[in-house]
Design a protein around this ligand. Structure first.
Ligand code: 13P
Length: 255
């Protein structure tokens, strides 16, 4: 049985006081998140604040929204995986579709970042997913498996021994239109099968999250599916009550 994981990706939102009140509201509920791992990913500039505030809060840890493909050095504006780890991040979101589409991250760059997160002793959370056009052309499986394959090519057959995959269909992100549980489950199954071809043990324990318009109302049905091990939450992670509701839905999936 895989332990469910719920991650909040705040993206580029909030201010210091917003981060503080969101963190304290979620932390106040942490003791009720039994059987579930919870991760919050604030913008880099609030990681110190988050680590301090969550310091003695069992059950919630910090993650980074991105890390550099480079190691420390003359890379103005970048944040290395080692720095994120030093700030207390245990997880790092890698290859989010917004990074791929808005900032030109290729499969190769994403794989480098994945490798950097692993080397810094963090758990990389590889985001994969198809655009609306790719979905309409029935290319979802091909796209997602190509994105996974690029990481295997750089990191080897053990790439997913300590990693998470997040299936985030691009058309579902921020659209209010989540994939149906059946649709998501089918892609999650394809992902697990692809990892199993390289490494059956890693595939069995791999947590595959669904992301894209997850709300407290649809979370339970999604998380009940055999290969959906939790969620990567955008908009709803900015509202404490909504995020807590999603964490609770994951608790019932694990019960
Ligand atoms: P929404 O939950 O706002 O659709 O965003 C999903 C996402 O991109 C999480 O990384």
């Amino acid at each position: 049985m895989r332990r469910p994981l719920v991650m909040g990706n705040w993206k580029m939102n909030g201010r210091r006081h917003v981060a503080q009140s969101l963190l304290s509201a979620v932390a106040a509920e942490a003791t009720t998140f039994s059987g579930v791992d919870v991760v919050v990913c604030p913008p880099h500039c609030y990681l110190g604040l988050a680590a301090e505030q969550l310091g003695d809060c069992a059950g919630i840890v910090c993650g980074a929204q991105d890390v550099s493909a480079y190691g420390d050095g003359a890379y103005t504006g970048e944040v290395s995986a080692d720095m994120a780890r030093d700030m207390g991040c245990e997880f790092a979101i890698i290859g989010h579709s917004e990074r791929r589409t808005l900032f030109g991250e290729t499969d190769g760059v994403v794989a480098q970042k994945f490798a950097r997160a692993l080397a810094a002793d963090m758990t990389p959370v590889l985001c994969v997913g198809e655009t609306a056009e790719e979905r309409d052309a029935e290319r979802t499986r091909e796209v997602v498996l190509r994105q996974i394959g690029a990481v295997f090519a750089v990191c080897g057959a053990n790439a997913f021994d300590r990693a998470v995959v997040a299936y985030e269909p691009v058309w579902a992100i921020g659209s209010g239109r989540a994939a149906s549980p059946d649709e998501a489950q089918a892609v999650h199954r394809d992902i697990r099968d692809a990892v199993a071809q390289q490494n059956p043990e890693a595939a069995a324990s791999l947590r595959i999250l669904y992301g894209g318009s997850v709300k407290a109302q649809n979370a339970r049905e999604l998380f009940a599916r055999a290969d959906i091990d939790g969620g990567l939450i955008g908009g709803a992670s900015l509202v404490a009550g909504d995020f807590v509701g999603i964490c609770r839905a994951a608790c019932s999936a694990s019960a």
